[in-house]
Design a protein around this ligand. Structure first.
Ligand code: 3HC
Ligand code: NAI
Length: 698
């Protein structure tokens, strides 16, 4: 066996086996592309070789083009992926792709260039480029319709969703679907080819039935345009497939390439590629090496069966982890369990859960009032009332009860984690696990690192987050951590805009058109106005500057707590969630302005976006500078996975980069210079430094 660093070459009788070996995912960077071509040339030059098997081994075929190379010159350096596929397709000796594991994007395009494809039944095949704001750019939009038919190819390309190889059995995409070793099967298959039993075929030569394709394309154009709003990639995917129908193969390839390059330059694709890298970077910590030993987490304790405790319990049992759920009173425990049971029953009614799964999940929960039941748990998450004295009592009991090496976590959303850790004799084992409501649904998990939190506790919780399907971001200790500290400024900015003349519906509308899932006032109605009012009161107790009365207080006093009371910033009809503008709220706001001598001014949607989003960005910059977040992209991940920030904008920090930090700083200076302006409008020192250095966040 000869080695070419990123690919290996082995001769098995008349068959040459070329194995891509470029961990972790055989991404098709320049090095691997060059190696594949060199090894194919070696096989072609060897008279003893009659056929070639191209594989990634038994674990992964390839995850496609190297995404990290996209912004570098290397991506376009020969041999490009196109060149490699051309070499394969033109090869005089038949080439069989042996596919196991992921075979995605350019990986599948590479396989589709081969003359035959043998796949293990559980291999994952797909063209996910649309999720990066792109389309398959190495012939995928031209070969997939030829191998799968227009409808199936459109579904695969527009959705980006992978499917198991067994789903493709019987299509021209796969010649053989096997269980067991794919390499053995592919070598046996190649031997049959050598014996002349099978004639090599090229996807490019397959004819498409154009008259049948046209109505499908027309339907797809309408459906995709409606579903993808103004995002370019999905609609361009349909157009590229249309070229497979209407144009000669080589012309289709050329047009596909042209569209691919155009999409690569869009801000949407830039944002989606940023998110791909950001989500993976968030799991890495500079001072916690990847090989840090992990603590074993088999059984978990949850303290408090309220809103959060119930959701956290479900998140763990959904992942098959048994939970001991502890409360102080039997009624609270019964109520908590009843809500969990009700949620699972609703899932069962919708067909999302079978009776067996329903029974299994409930059987994983051990309700208790007795701390002794926690003696053998490996991790406890406390979700009791947000009061330091209650936390003190709970952590004291946990310290007495839990075995040595257990992890003690708090779900506090604002309290000082270091103080909570000080209630125990093992602050190194204490960490914050800040879930978002509903905890079994929301993807974001802020992992709060105390001053003394041990590296292996941190590493274990990062690892655990994947088991319970959460996107974890590490935050340092401060009021509100990353997400809520920033949202507080955003809420202040929206409140100021309202005081100056914008209505809640104008502000919500502008931010929703910007792409946010929900504007600040609708969000406040959903969360309950009493929640933020209570948080403000707590803050006012230590910070007299935040004691000022605001319109939300008046609404609260009038019993308008949001959706749960049928009215808040909007009104709601029974059983419905539509936010209906309410003239009585406008009257309250008007009266409030009048009492303070504020004359309403006209405010543009652009100003709403600038003030609200730049308020987020400015606080984000402070968070970054203080080391509360390790990277700007971590802040973006928090906002994308926990706060409904639009993915096509890449998060607040990438958005600021896209606008230009110099423009952000100019606007902030303008806001800060207004008479009576809040000091937090002053641009964060980091922002100013970055602008001076001509740099950006990412
Ligand atoms: N290029 C570069 N690096 C990649 C990559 C790719 N295509 N796919 C994955 N990686 C890297 C990740 O960044 C990560 O790196 P890290 O260890 O330094 O953080 C590592 O591989 C492992 O990835 P995951 O953490 O995502 O591992 P999982 O096991 O959870 O998932 C996977 C593996 C299913 C392959 C998943 O990584 C994936 O979906 N990858 C992206 C696939 C994709 O979008 N392909 C299309 C690329 S664009 C293209 O091919 C264009 C062509 O049409 C011209
Ligand atoms: P909740 O009021 O719904 O539930 C708290 C539960 O804790 C109640 O069932 C109560 O009986 C129980 N409890 C109180 N003292 C206890 C004790 N000493 N021992 C055992 N159980 C006790 O409160 P919620 O909303 O679930 O919040 C819990 C924690 O989660 C708080 O720290 C809160 O700040 C935090 N949080 C809340 C979020 C939310 O959206 N509600 C989001 C993220 C964090």
């Amino acid at each position: 066996m000869s080695e070419n660093r990123v690919a290996e070459y082995e001769q098995l009788g008349p068959i040459a086996v070329i194995t891509m070996s470029h961990p972790p995912v055989n991404s098709l960077g320049h090095g691997l592309r060059s190696a594949i071509v060199a090894l194919i040339d070696q096989a072609l030059a060897d008279p003893q070789i009659s056929a070639i098997v191209l594989t990634g081994g038994e674990k992964i075929f390839s995850a496609g083009a190297d995404i990290r190379e996209f912004d570098a010159q290397k991506q376009a350096s020969a041999p490009t992926l196109h060149d490699v596929i051309e070499v394969i397709e033109a090869s005089g000796k038949p080439i069989v792709a042996a596919i196991a594991g992921a075979c995605l994007g350019g990986g599948l395009e590479l396989a589709m260039g081969c003359h035959f494809r043998v796949a293990r039944s559980d291999a994952s095949l797909g063209l996910p480029e649309v999720k990066l704001g792109l389309l398959p750019g190495a012939g995928g939009t031209q070969r997939a319709p030829r191998l799968l038919g227009i409808e199936r190819a459109l579904n695969m390309i527009v959705s980006g969703e992978p499917e198991r190889a067994r789903q493709f059995a019987g299509t021209a995409l796969l010649d053989e679907v096997v269980d067991g070793s794919v390499l053995d099967a592919a070598v046996a298959f190649a031997c049959e080819v050598v014996k002349g039993q099978l004639v090599p075929k090229r996807a490019r030569d397959i004819k498409i039935d154009a008259p049948r394709a046209e109505p499908l394309l027309q339907f797809a154009r309408t459906a995709v345009a409606a579903a993808s709003r103004s995002f370019p990639a999905p609609t361009q995917c349909v157009e590229a497939v249309a070229h497979a129908v209407g144009k000669r193969f080589d012309e289709g390839l050329r047009l596909e390439r042209e569209i691919f390059m155009g999409l690569m330059a869009t801000p949407e694709s830039n944002a989606l590629r940023h998110i791909f890298a950001a989500e993976r970077a968030a799991s890495k910590l500079q001072d916690v090496p990847a090989d840090t030993p992990l603590r074993d987490i088999r059984r978990v304790g949850v303290i408090g069966a309220g809103t959060m405790g119930g959701g956290i319990t479900m998140a763990f049992v959904d992942a098959g982890v048994p939970v001991v759920l502890l409360e102080t009173r039997q009624e609270a425990l019964d109520r908590g369990i009843e809500i969990i049971r009700g949620n699972y029953a609703a899932s069962m009614k919708k067909g999302k859960l079978s009776q067996t799964q329903f029974d299994e999940r409930l059987s994983l929960i051990e309700p208790t009032l007795d701390y002794a039941c926690l003696a053998d748990v490996d991790l406890v998450i406390e979700a009791v009332f947000e009061e330091m004295n209650v936390k003190r009592a709970v952590f004291g009991r946990l310290d007495e009860t839990l075995k040595s090496g257990a992890i003690l976590a708090s779900n506090t959303s604002a309290l000082d984690l270091n103080e909570i850790a000080s209630f125990t004799k093992r602050p190194q084992d204490v960490i914050g696990l800040h879930f978002f409501s509903p905890a079994n649904v929301m993807r974001l998990l802020e992992i709060v690192r105390g001053t003394e939190t041990a590296p292996d506790v941190l590493a274990t919780c990062m690892h655990l987050s994947k088991r319970i399907r959460k996107t974890a971001v590490v935050a340092g200790v401060c009021e509100g951590f990353i997400g809520n500290r920033m949202i507080a400024r955003y809420a202040e900015a929206s409140n100021l805009l309202m005081m100056q003349g914008a209505s809640p519906q104008q502000i919500d509308g502008a931010l929703q058109r910007f792409g946010l899932a929900m504007g600040p006032f609708r969000m406040s109605d959903l969360a309950g106005l009493d929640i933020s009012t209570a948080a403000r009161k707590r803050k006012a107790a230590v910070d007299p500057a935040s004691q000022e009365r605001i319109v939300a207080d008046v609404l609260c006093e009038a019993g308008r707590l949001g959706q749960k009371t049928g009215s808040g910033w909007y009104r709601y009809e029974a059983g419905k969630r539509d936010a209906i503008p309410d003239p009585s709220v406008d009257a309250i706001i008007e009266q409030f302005r009048g009492a303070r001598g504020i004359a309403a001014r006209k405010i543009s949607d652009q100003e709403v976006i600038e003030r609200c989003i730049y308020a987020l960005v400015n606080e984000g910059a402070r968070i970054l500078e203080e080391g509360i977040a390790a990277r700007a992209s971590d802040i973006d991940v928090v906002y994308l996975s926990g706060y409904g920030f639009p993915r096509h904008r890449g998060g607040p920090m990438l958005y600021a980069d896209t606008v230009g930090l110099a423009n952000v700083v100019r606007a902030l200076k303008r806001f800060a210079a207004e008479p009576g302006a809040q000091s937090w409008w002053e641009p964060a020192p980091l922002l100013v430094k970055l602008v001076e250095a001509g740099r950006s966040f990412n």
